[in-house]
Design a protein around this ligand. Structure first.
Ligand code: LMR
Length: 353
């Protein structure tokens, strides 16, 4: 009898739960009040934008600005999800993730495209673009156009270029004034044959490593130093684990903004226009402010740390440029003489060396 009562109670309880679930489902499907935020949610296009730097950088801020503009221009129908700090993919991984379509947008340093298109190394030539104006002319002109075309062979749609700034050198083994001061030092660089060659010429040991590994390796002493923009040195706090900073302006660091091509083709013409317009506005903002941001962050490093800062004078810069001169000839075949010649002309036009 007891067993019969227990089974009956269980059945009644089960029935009550099922009715509850059914009622709940019915409620959410049919009778919940209309929520404007959910309207058209299934038609929303989501663009995952992965990058490796901090948010308070020229790229980090441009990415956020772009996301806001797209949201506004599309009335929320296109959403850009920005994932900074390599939170989703590291430098190397993000290119593969883009090609697979796991993310739709990335903005890798142009250097990181050299394995894919060796022509990109033209932007890494030492002292190639001596002023910010020369950089803007290279990126927005013929050189940039040729470079973006050169990556069309992959599942990539090159959209525009963003700037960060000039690269500087930090080390725990300084000061670094002459090229020979780097002899024997182990330095982190972005993976790139032309950068490797530059440091080889100075008898330094340059290693291509992921950006977000750099702080740890500098702190542990496995690396003596690295080269990067002030903005990256500041936002990733490299200055806290380095004793010397040389303001050399010896190279450029900027970004190619690239979309997965299949994804781009599936967008409607209207959606493409919204993205292109938002990108155009963002690029203008980025190219106008990135260099000042670097200058401001150099002042902050000076205020916040006791790292020793040395600024190369013009004569010293000329010495560094001479030491690296042969790189132009050695990479002419890989990069292409047309691009190298265009860059040499630009260098002369804007030279303040
Ligand atoms: C680096 O690896 O040093 C840079 O590419 C990081 C960045 O994206 O600015």
């Amino acid at each position: 009898m007891k067993a019969f009562i227990s089974i009956a109670l269980l059945l009644i309880a089960g029935l009550a739960v099922s009715i509850g679930i059914g009622f709940h489902t019915k409620l959410s499907e049919d009778t919940l009040p209309f929520d404007d935020d959910q309207k058209g949610i299934n038609d929303q296009v989501v663009i995952k934008f992965s990058h490796v730097v901090a948010e308070n950088t020229p790229k980090g801020l441009a990415a956020q600005r772009f996301a806001k503009l797209v949201d506004k221009k599309s009335n929320g129908r296109i959403k850009v999800e920005v994932i900074p700090n390599g939170g989703l993919y590291s430098d190397q991984e993000e290119l593969e993730a883009l090609e697979r379509g796991d993310v739709q947008l990335i903005a890798p340093a142009t250097t990181k495209l050299s394995a894919f298109s060796p022509k990109f190394q033209v932007l890494d030539l030492p002292y190639a673009m001596p002023t910010r104006e020369s950089i803007i002319e290279a990126l927005n002109g013929e050189i940039g156009k040729t470079l973006l075309q050169s990556i069309e062979k992959g599942n990539m749609k090159g959209l525009t270029f963003w700037t960060n700034g000039f690269k500087q050198i930090t080390t725990n083994d300084g000061p670094v004034k002459q090229p020979s001061d780097l002899k024997g030092q182990t330095l982190r660089i972005m993976p790139s044959p032309v950068l490797e060659k530059q440091f080889q010429l100075l008898d330094a040991n340059a290693v291509g490593l992921d950006f977000n590994e750099t702080y740890r390796l500098l702190e542990s002493g496995e690396l003596n130093g690295e080269e990067n923009t002030i903005s990256n040195i500041y936002s990733k706090k490299f200055f806290n684990v380095q004793s010397h900073l040389t303001v050399s302006n010896h190279g450029f660091l900027g970004y190619a903004v690239i979309m997965n091509e299949d994804f781009w083709k599936e967008l409607s013409e209207d959606q493409q226009t919204i993205i292109s317009e938002a990108l155009k506005e963002t690029t203008k903002w980025n190219q106008t402010h990135s260099f000042d941001m670097n200058e401001e962050q150099l002042r902050l490093i000076e205020q916040q740390s006791d790292i020793e800062i040395y600024r190369l004078n013009d004569e010293e810069k000329e010495n560094w440029a001479d030491q690296w001169g042969q790189v132009y000839d050695e990479f002419e075949e890989e990069i292409g003489s047309d691009l190298i010649n265009k860059m040499k002309k630009l260098r002369v036009k804007f030279s303040d060396l």
